[in-house]
Design a protein around this ligand. Structure first.
Ligand SMILES: Cc1cc2nc3c(=O)[nH]c(=O)nc-3n(C[C@H](O)[C@H](O)[C@H](O)COP(=O)(O)O)c2cc1C
Length: 210
């Protein structure tokens, strides 16, 4: 299948089987998410990959009992940094220095630029900015899952405070932003499995400026 066919094939699966997705496919989806672009390259979020069934039953309760949370093969939770601090910026500079094989002192101008912009904001502003980076990762995850012919359901329909509590995210300086159950559609029992895609027509969507 070509990319467009795969994007037509994918849909926000409502009912999933409990079959396990092979680790190689899970690894490819995670790898694609790691390669996602982010502002400054800071990747201000973490990806939690949860298989534990008990934990997922608890999370399902926090997600208005959406069954995919527990039935899917894996549950991805995207959690953004609750703030950006000098600690995060220093870690990022150290990573740059390590990857490029240079002394971290050479990163000073970049550090100053990042600190000047990010440390001047409130924690809430930084969290909102980090959340926007998460949505870019979600897009990549959806395309990567489709490329692997694996189903995925993007979810905002959950109570973030409850999810944060179940996963102890506050203690880790994180806040949940999105859930993404990953698994296989139960096409026989999912009424939406064969529904046509509802998308704006090209002419209503694209503004061509020549
Ligand atoms: C950010 C975001 C949040 C969503 N939250 C939910 C959700 O909580 N539960 C759900 O069943 N679908 C959810 N959806 C799925 C959308 O309803 C779905 O993507 C949209 O109707 C288009 O249909 P399709 O993805 O099946 O083509 C969400 C989608 C996005 C992008």
């Amino acid at each position: 299948m070509q990319l467009i066919e795969k994007l037509n094939w994918r849909y926000a699966t409502k009912t999933m089987k409990t079959d396990r997705v092979p680790q190689s496919k899970i690894d490819n989806i995670i790898h694609a998410i790691r390669l996602t672009a982010s502002s400054y390259g800071l990747q201000p979020y973490k990806l939690l990959v949860i298989e534990n069934k008990e934990l997922r039953e608890a999370l399902k309760g926090a997600a208005y009992n959406q069954s995919q949370v527990a039935d899917a093969s894996h549950l991805f939770v995207f959690a953004a940094y609750d703030n950006i601090t000098e600690f995060h910026i220093d870690n990022y500079m150290a990573l740059h220095a390590e990857v490029k094989g240079i002394d971290v002192a050479h990163m000073a101008p970049f550090k100053q630029m990042l600190a000047g912009s990010l440390l001047a904001r409130t924690a809430e502003q930084n969290f909102n900015w980090a959340s926007r980076q998460v949505y870019i990762a979600l897009g990549t995850a959806l395309i990567a899952a489709a490329a692997e012919e694996v189903d995925a359901t993007p979810m905002e329909g959950f109570n973030p405070s409850k999810v944060d509590e179940v996963l102890n995210l506050k203690e880790q300086g994180l806040r949940s932003v999105l859930l993404l159950p990953i698994g296989y559609r139960d096409a026989a029992n999912d009424k939406t499995a064969h529904a046509p895609k509802v998308r704006k027509k090209h002419a209503d969507f694209v503004v061509e400026v020549k």
